[in-house]
Design a binder for this molecule. Structure first.
Ligand code: AMP
Ligand code: ZN
Length: 119
């Protein structure tokens, strides 16, 4: 899709630190990492967010979790664990409107993520 930064990264028009690629998925290092490992996993097909996803005509999304597992394992997180984050919508912090999952790990992150904030 025109003017989509992640479509441009997938196409190779904008450089990225690629960590994985197959026919449906592309993964690269986040440019502003919030942990020692911070990888973005994006479908090659432009989909804005979870809210636009359907099963019909999108068989590639069925591979999402096995793909995450593979990338996290390759990144050395099999035993350390990791957090999988999918910001959905502006109010949730989504800034790039091409679906992406953050694989974040390599340090102790604790839970809940924002303990000091009012519930
Ligand atoms: P989100 O806020 O969930 O939409 O996440 C967007 C993420 O994309 C942020 O963590 C940014 O640091 C990251 N990002 C934006 N531009 C680039 C880029 N050119 N290369 C790598 N990561 C990027
Ligand atoms: Zn896109």
């Amino acid at each position: 899709m025109e003017n989509c930064i992640f479509c441009k990264i997938i196409a190779g028009d904008i450089p990225s630190s690629k960590v994985y690629e197959d026919k449906d998925w592309y993964a690269f290092k986040d440019i502003e990492p919030c942990a020692p490992v911070h990888i973005l996993v994006v479908p090659k097909k432009h989909v804005k967010s979870i809210m636009e996803m359907t099963n019909e005509g999108n068989p590639e999304f069925q591979n999402f979790f096995p793909t995450i597992k593979h990338i996290a394992t390759e990144a050395g997180l099999k035993d350390k664990g990791f957090r999988l984050v999918v910001n959905t919508g502006e109010k949730a912090g989504q800034t790039v409107f091409h679906f992406h999952a953050h694989i974040i790990g390599g340090k102790d992150m604790g839970w809940p993520p924002f303990p000091e904030e009012a519930k």
